[in-house]
Design a binder for this molecule. Sequence first.
Ligand code: V47
Length: 622
Amino acid sequence: MEKPLIRFRDKRLQLIWEKVSTAERLTFDDGHTLFQTNDFYALGKMARYVQMVKNGDAVYFSLNQKIEPTNICVLTCKFCNFGVTKYHPRAYELTIDAILKMLNEQVREVHITGALHPEWSFEHYVHIIRAIREHFPRIGIKAFTAVEIWYFHKKFNLSIEEVLKRLQEAGVQALPGGGAEVFSERIHNELFPQKLGAKEWLSIHRTAHLQGLPSNATILYGHIETIEERVNHLLQIRSLQDETGGFLSFIPLAFQPGTTKIKPYAYPTSALDDLKMIAVSRLLLDNVPHIKAYWVMSTEEVASAALNYGADDLEGTVGGERIAHDAGARTPTKLSINRILSLIRDAGKIPVERDIMYNPIAIHSPNVIGKIPYLNSVPFFTKFTSSSFKLLPLIPKQMGILAEKKQLLAGLFPLIEYLRLKSMLLPLPYCLSSRDQVKSVLLFSNEGWKQLEGKKIGVTDATVTSVMLLKVLLRVKYNVNAHIERLPPMMSSYTHYDAVLLIGDQALKHKKDALGYFELIFDLAHEWYEWKRLPFVFALWAIQASATEEEKSALLNTLNESIDYGERNFAKLCGYHAKQLKISEIECIEYLEGFNFRMGQRELASIQEFERCISELITIEH
Ligand code: V47
């Protein structure tokens, strides 16, 4: 994406922009300046730039249902109006039947957070999850904040690992981000001394990530916290994300004073503070994929504005909420899908309905082009900003899934996905093919090809084309039969695999350290080239066969212009990406020079030959 021109009123931001626009990490002091500045225009533009680089025009939302099973709580946190004692007139306990009645087949994500009930058994919490899983197998379950996990651990004398494992076995797929409040000893002592602190919150999320449970993170802002405490909080989230990569989304929660015990000191947050919180979160949390605008606490209008201040994730339909509303929130307790769509469209964005793991389910917009967010695809997208097409970053395997549902007009399809959907797609004369080595489809191994017989190979979940190429090389070229297994989404150690296949930016990043474990690295495109003396076509451009003539010619023109410009400007395109991938600009340019972006006779011959090899593989396997 082209760097926007920003006129800075606050000159301190100029230096920060230099870092942001070259993917350099921001420091504590930068964060402090960003919170201090009143140059909203520049702050918003910087955050929006990062948002666009990461997520294009997409804004994710889910058809979700909040469930707060009880408000009877052993705690008395000063900022909370939700938790009450058992005999309070507002006290309630939902039965499992009542919980199930809140759900239906349309809901795609259930979000469960609540109070720490003094009498419920751990089994009861597990039963809630199991009942939802049994009755609604399609619904993603995001349940129990670190506060609850910590309570189960202490009260029922179970290790954190055991608590998480039992919940995971019952059906929990992710943890909500609540309970983080502000990572500050001072605030902990002042507002919630009985509850877990920063160290325990971070440790629970670390354990969850290592056990394959992703999570969200939050900050509760707008009460007694200082700017320093806000920045410190964000940096601690960033540093855990560096370790595990397990955070999906970061959600700033605007404090609702209600009749809480800190009411005398606090006013509701202003719209400007809400937008600033979103923007600074986007800028500091360079490694967290999504920033969520939580309309329940910030209002619908501010949440919609936040979609141009760094947020690419909008809280969903919700279907009822109490924590914020008990503390005086004046927002609705639920929204219809139409209202969500209009909040996103008003912001000029593409509404993308998602599942619990942020896989797109439906794209509520025409003219959407799938964009593989890897460095090698950048030259295709240099001239799209001025076109009528909207870009949606997608991992390769999602391209086919969405095109099949007619949710995408066109895109750069992984070869296998194109071959699968050939009858409904029209190929365009552009592709992504290697000349010899590709440098970013790599098998990291401790064994030579022939020694991989019977060995376990972990493969990326992001695509099937490279996995198919690997299978062809193993069985057809080397006559080797290995066990191929999908790698889990959050992998922290590869030591129990004999070899691992990674693709795209992930492969480029790990090329130097060989994942810290493997001695050999095989380039799959080079293996193909050595064998067939042909390039390998990883992906090709195609458009829905049902597209109009106007759409086809507009896309061809935009692609032509983009590639012409892209091919002549590798150096310009590399600045940002090289920094982000921690490779030199020269390496980045050499990498792009290894690709061919146009479909020619040799590319067509290679596709035919690959199809023939796949048939041979199928014969061998049967
Ligand atoms: O931890 C309590 C906050 C959180 C107040 O993961 C208050 O997608 C404002 O977990 N004013 C629970 N906030 C909510 C939560 C959550 C919310 C949205 C999205 C996600 C997600 C998770 O609510 C608590 C606390 O920080 N809270 N009282 C109050 N008066």
